[in-house]
Design a protein around this ligand. Structure first.
Ligand SMILES: Nc1ncnc2c1ncn2[C@@H]1O[C@H](COP(=O)(O)OP(=O)(O)OP(=O)(O)O)[C@@H](O)[C@H]1O
Ligand SMILES: [Mg+2]
Length: 277
């Protein structure tokens, strides 16, 4: 895929793709057909995610970020275009793609932290017996919850529950971790802490993550690559590189300010012309 950058945009960091993409999204249009309406969530979206990318989907509410993730997860077939993982077209869900959602209630409330992580490993057939137990404890340790391995979810804070969800997803060692606004429901301080912890985890294990957010600061901090989507229906507006430092570009503007300007310009355009539905 041709790298798409906004006019005047320069590469400012992040690994340069030299190998075959792990995940290829090609001209993907996603639609919901209801009895009354045909809702186009995304229109001809294309991007490539490479091994160890922290790839961020950034765009306003309703631009189709969650729908794209759902489709990559294999839960919704594109109306047009293809999604391929390791060269194979995605047709159904699989343990090679694991989700972390925003909601704190994504854990099984009747199972402890350890049992939650173990259950995912065993139910998917990813690991069994001692290997599964060791792996579960290893990832629980990575998110600093060893002391709480035998606790039940209702005794944990929101941030701790999200750490369990992350440990559970990472223990599956998926090809791509799909995170849909995982920190959006946390208070600002916890959110900031969790962002740093995620980056620390990434330094340790170099997992590949597709991270959805509508927060510009979160996108520039977390992502090494950021795909900017236009308002509903989502279309690719720009693909940008980031190194976490919110660098100043050739135009003298910070990356976050350039992103803000692009989103704002789109909002003005959209106000002038009704979008296709
Ligand atoms: N189950 C559904 N049936 C019909 N339309 C839907 C359904 N789910 C989402 N949509 C529509 O698809 C579009 C994209 O929704 P989506 O949830 O993917 O957006 P999003 O970018 O994740 O937004 P947010 O940032 O608010 O989470 C919206 O117009 C939404 O109303
Ligand atoms: Mg969403």
């Amino acid at each position: 895929m041709q790298k798409q950058v906004s006019q005047g945009e320069t590469a400012v960091g992040g690994p340069q793709p030299t190998v075959t993409p792990l995940l290829q999204v090609r001209d993907v249009t996603l639609q919901y057909k209801t009895k009354q309406h045909l809702v186009t969530a995304t229109y001809k979206v294309s991007f490539d995610v490479f091994q160890s990318d922290r790839f961020v989907l950034l765009g306003p509410s309703g631009c189709g970020k969650s729908t794209l993730l759902k489709s990559i997860g294999g839960y919704m077939a594109p109306t047009e275009g293809t999604i391929s993982l390791k060269g194979k077209v995605v047709k159904k869900p699989g343990p090679d793609r694991v989700f972390v959602f925003q909601e704190f209630d994504q854990l099984l409330p009747w199972k402890t932290v350890k049992q939650n992580v173990l259950f995912a490993l065993q139910a998917s057939g990813k690991a069994r017996g001692k290997e599964a137990a060791d792996r579960a404890l290893n990832y629980i340790d990575k998110v600093n919850l060893t002391k709480f391995a035998d606790s039940y979810p209702h005794t944990l804070s929101g941030g701790m529950k999200q750490r369990v969800a992350i440990a559970r997803a990472m223990a599956m060692e998926p090809d791509v971790l799909l995170m849909d606004e995982p920190f959006a429901a946390l208070d600002a301080l916890t959110r900031r802490k969790m962002q740093d912890e995620l980056l620390q985890l990434w330094s340790d294990t170099r997992f590949t993550v597709l991270f959805v957010t509508h927060s510009i600061p979160e996108a520039t901090l977390i992502g090494n690559r950021i795909l900017l989507l236009s308002p509903h229906p989502g279309q690719v507006k720009a693909e940008l590189n980031s190194d976490g430092s919110d660098p100043v570009g050739a135009d003298g503007k910070k990356l976050s300010d350039r992103i803000h300007d692009m989103l704002f310009a789109e909002a003005v355009e959209q106000a002038d012309a009704a979008p296709p539905r």
